[in-house]
Write a protein that binds this ligand. Structure first.
Ligand SMILES: *Cc1c(COP(=O)(O)O)cnc(C)c1O
Length: 194
């Protein structure tokens, strides 16, 4: 959201039924979370309520964070149909669905920018804290790479204000070792309940 320039005047839509981080980061950036209730069949954002809300709101809504709760992806076809009308960005909070598919595409690749978490309770975990951002947009990728490392493009040259959001080498090594096993056996084991 920093890379997208989300700021103080912006309203960002998400769901109230998620881990606090989804909404917390909206407030952390000084923008305002707007909660659209979930569809009780899927526990994900109710797209009919989303559409109704956008039809009547006067707020300056800039984007939405869809959440793929419990590994089930949100209804992206409907979300896109609605958000394209209002030119909203859509982020995929993919902390929980890694390994799932939606219409033949892997979770965490369903939006221009998706995120996941490698915290131990998640489907693909490291041995501590870690996470990843997925994007198919080169410009956004460059910006995110700057932001995660104190805005630094080369040593002591800082182009933007950033933070320390690097994945440490130890966790990266754990993950590199686990990627293959995740695809080859862990997803199947999870489906079988092992
Ligand atoms: C776990 C989780 C997060 C946060 O992940 P961290 O690695 O703790 O930052 C965000 N959203 C959802 C839906 C989660 O389950």
């Amino acid at each position: 959201m920093i890379a997208l320039g989300v700021g103080k005047e912006d309203y960002i839509i998400t769901t109230p039924f998620t881990f606090i981080a989804t909404a917390g980061v909206i407030s952390f950036l000084g923008s305002k979370p707007l909660f659209i209730d979930i569809d009780e069949r899927t526990f994900n954002i109710d797209t009919r309520k989303l559409e109704k809300f956008l039809e009547k709101t006067d707020e300056k809504v800039k984007g939405i964070i869809a959440v793929d709760l419990f590994g089930q992806t949100a209804n992206y076809d409907e979300i896109h149909r609605i958000t394209e009308k209002y030119r909203l960005f859509v982020l995929e909070d993919g902390a929980q669905p890694l390994g799932a598919e939606y219409r033949g595409k892997g979770a965490c690749s369903l939006e221009d920018i998706s995120t996941t978490s490698f915290f131990p309770p998640k489907p693909l975990c490291c041995f501590g804290d870690g996470g990843m951002v997925f994007t198919n947009n080169d410009k956004i990728a460059e910006k995110i790479k700057l932001i995660r490392n104190h805005g630094q493009s080369e040593r002591y040259k800082h182009e933007v204000i950033g933070l320390n959001l690097r994945l440490d080498n130890l966790q990266a090594a754990v993950l590199l070792g686990k990627f293959g096993a995740f695809v080859n056996q862990e997803i199947d084991n999870r489906i079988r309940g092992c």
